[in-house]
Design a protein around this ligand. Structure first.
Ligand code: ADP
Ligand code: MG
Length: 255
């Protein structure tokens, strides 16, 4: 069995009297795609937001590699190797696609945040390694043809892939994707599936929330199912598909 990279241990998150997540434990393993599914309101986004540090958890423990990260602010978690995508489009719409991806690489750097865009204060070997990584990321996200286009001019599907590319540029151990297929048409979802598998091939673990069952069953190595803020099942796509508890709580409704 592969080693765990991200560990969630008896996580609880309440909003006032609402227990959005209760005693949730699971792990994301090395170069694994873990799907997180469940009905609306079951606590999926709350889980991702708790991991990313959008808000403080009520209790529990989150570990990334050897580091306990639940007390860290959002940017520090990114620097530790936890990347996420945002629902909103980029705010740097005057940048080109390539510049935007380069910006994503800077969270792990101590130099000026715009140094990779403007080429200030870095060594040539760092430049070469970064160039290579950015080229590979543009390749797997299908953004190579538009690398010199302004972010504001590309399609919404391309913007979505760009967010994933920007997150990947931070060289994460784990990437969190909350409903990446929302608004994508069938052929774009197919491209997204391939991209998620390419991320795993890079050695990066993926936690993906998705309503498109075909996509989640296709990409996931394992799936965790939430209902009313609690884990009701965990297993391979095949096990989840045939689990009567899951069919009753979720898949029956989805099908
Ligand atoms: P999902 O992503 O699975 O649809 P959420 O994590 O968004 O579910 O929501 C889980 C529960 O927590 C819901 O009952 C929701 O109303 C509640 N909730 C989520 N975010 C907040 C918030 N910021 N303030 C109050 N309640 C919230
Ligand atoms: Mg949600």
């Amino acid at each position: 069995m592969k080693a765990p990279v991200l560990k969630v241990d008896t996580l609880c998150k309440s909003f006032g009297g609402v227990h959005a997540i209760r005693d949730l434990s699971f792990e994301v393993r090395e170069a694994e795609i873990l799907g997180l599914i469940g009905p609306n309101g079951s606590g999926k986004s709350t889980t991702v937001n708790s991991l990313a540090g959008i808000f403080a958890i009520t209790s529990g423990k989150i570990t990334l590699g050897d580091a306990q990260i639940d007390g860290l602010p959002e940017y520090a978690r990114v620097a530790q190797g936890l990347a996420r995508t945002f629902q909103t489009a980029s705010t740097f719409s005057e940048f080109t696609v390539r510049e935007q991806v380069l910006l994503g690489s800077n969270v792990t750097r101590t130099s000026h945040p715009l140094s990779s865009v403007f080429g200030i204060g870095r060594k040539a070997d760092e430049d070469a390694a970064l160039e290579e990584r950015v080229a590979h990321i543009l390749e797997i996200t299908n953004l190579k043809p538009v690398e010199h286009a302004r972010v504001g001019t590309i399609s919404s599907a391309q913007q979505r892939f760009l967010m994933i590319a920007t997150a990947l540029a931070s060289d994460p151990k784990v990437i969190l994707l909350d409903e990446p297929a929302a608004g994508l048409v069938s052929h774009e979802r197919k491209t997204l599936s391939e991209l998620i598998k390419s991320i795993r091939a890079l050695g990066v673990s993926v936690l993906v929330i998705e309503h498109h069952m075909a996509l989640i069953m296709d990409v996931s190595d394992r799936i965790v199912v939430l209902n009313f803020g609690q884990k009701i099942a965990e297993g391979t796509p095949e096990e989840i598909r045939n689990n009567p508890v899951v069919i009753d709580a979720y898949l029956g409704e989805a099908a």
